[in-house]
Design a binder for this molecule. Structure first.
Ligand code: NAD
Ligand code: WQD
Length: 338
């Protein structure tokens, strides 16, 4: 029996594929390569010494999904596929609702036709209502997100809860990721954003490697210890292991459950820059500029539930994150293109 990873060629999917292959699972990947390259998967095969099955296709293509489920004995699906650029989602909301919400609907319909009812979904801490009280536990209020990307994640959570309530054969994990960063410690796979990075750590890494001049620090007047935004940065390998833990739990039982995947502590933008300088031995020049629209001052997870119910917690610290991110960036300055 195999695990299907939609969007498995991307950043989090490729690391999760590696963890699942190493744990002995067979892995099938469906990805339309709109934000990834096939090279990530060749490298996963090279690191693990195992083959995986790759199908280039779209989750909105019901016929392609039916053919995939007919050909492979799929036991469970980990659903990463989707668009994730917050700013772009404001400019192209229909593309985001189509890819993310319609895509998930199409996937669930195909799973239903194939009799596969076990699903892990990539949700996000962005679904939580802005709050001055940290940490955020899973029962903290979810609210109207500040952009269509976030709304699409919340809509999918509702869709999946309604689906499970209507048909108790379903077993669903809603995994709310905090800020995934870092890379596998081989330096062979990592985050490879297209164009200008939207997220902090890839931007810092590109400055350190000489691809960009300076980091813009968005806001230095927040009510945080040094005035810059605080986030819960989780190593992508810890996150990948969290998926394995969730799969192991939901395969035993039905229901729809939510788990935060974070570390339980936050770091500021300035702390991130300093830690990267320390790991890379390179200067990371920065300018303090105005706040970015839609940003919150601080956000970190209460990880108690994942610890108790999944037997999982993040093991890697900030220095591991930075060392691994730098190993990947310095060995692959232009990502999978070289
Ligand atoms: P990513 O862009 O690297 O991976 C997503 C993958 O999905 C890509 O390989 C892309 O080619 C593929 N894809 C997109 N639309 C598709 C479609 N219609 N059909 C088939 N494949 C499609 O992103 P990531 O960082 O690995 O994120 C994975 C998931 O986790 C996403 O759903 C994202 O929204 C969610 N998430 C990411 C973060 C983060 O900061 N990286 C945080 C919270 C949640
Ligand atoms: C982190 C901190 C910025 C870039 C986003 C999405 C969220 C989730 C993860 C998918 C903030 C500051 C950033 C820069 C900066 N994705 N920053 N200069 O905004 O916490 O979360 O990615 O689900 O939905 O919103 O992550 O990495 O963009 O920002 O100063 O060039 O770094 O203001 O304080 P964020 P981020």
């Amino acid at each position: 029996m195999s695990i299907l990873l939609t969007g498995g060629a991307g950043f989090i999917g490729s690391h999760t594929a590696l963890v699942l292959l190493e744990a002995g699972y067979d892995v099938v990947i469906l990805d339309n390569l709109c934000n990834a390259s096939r090279e990530s998967l060749s490298r996963v095969e090279e690191i693990t010494g195992r083959d995986l099955s790759f199908i280039e296709g779209d989750i909105r293509d019901g016929d392609a999904l039916d053919a995939l489920f007919a050909r492979h004995a799929i036991e469970a699906v980990v659903h990463f596929a989707g668009l994730k650029a917050v700013g772009e989602s404001t400019a192209r909301p229909l593309a985001y609702y189509d890819n993310n919400v319609t895509g998930t609907l199409s996937l669930c319909e195909a799973m239903q036709r194939a009799g596969v009812f076990t699903l892990v979904f990539s949700s996000s801490a962005t679904v939580y209502t802005e709050s001055s009280t940290m940490p955020l536990a899973e029962d903290a209020p979810t609210g109207r997100p500040s952009n269509p990307y976030g709304s699409s994640k919340l809509m999918i959570e509702w869709l999946l809860r309604d689906l499970q309530a209507a048909d108790p054969r379903w077993s669903i994990a809603l995994l709310r990721y905090f800020n995934p960063v870092g890379a596998h410690d081989s330096g062979r796979i990592g985050e490879d954003p297209n164009g200008m990075p939207n997220n902090l750590l890839p931007f810092i890494a590109q400055v350190a490697v000489g691809r960009r001049e300076r980091v813009s620090v968005f806001g230095s007047d927040y009510s945080t210890p040094d005035g810059t935004g605080v986030r819960d940065y989780i190593h992508v390998m810890d996150l990948a292991e969290g998926h394995r833990a969730a799969l192991d739990v939901i395969r035993q039982d039905t229901g729809c459950r939510t788990w935060n995947l974070g570390t339980g502590r936050g770091y500021s933008v300035l702390e991130m820059i300093t830690a990267f300088e320390r790991a890379s031995g390179r200067p990371v020049p920065f300018d303090k500029v105005g706040r970015r629209q839609g940003d919150v001052a601080q956000c970190w997870a209460d990880v108690t539930r994942a610890g108790q119910e999944l037997g999982w917690r993040a093991e890697r610290g900030l220095d591991d994150i930075m060392a691994d991110a730098w190993r990947w960036q310095s060995a692959n300055p232009y990502g999978y293109r070289g």
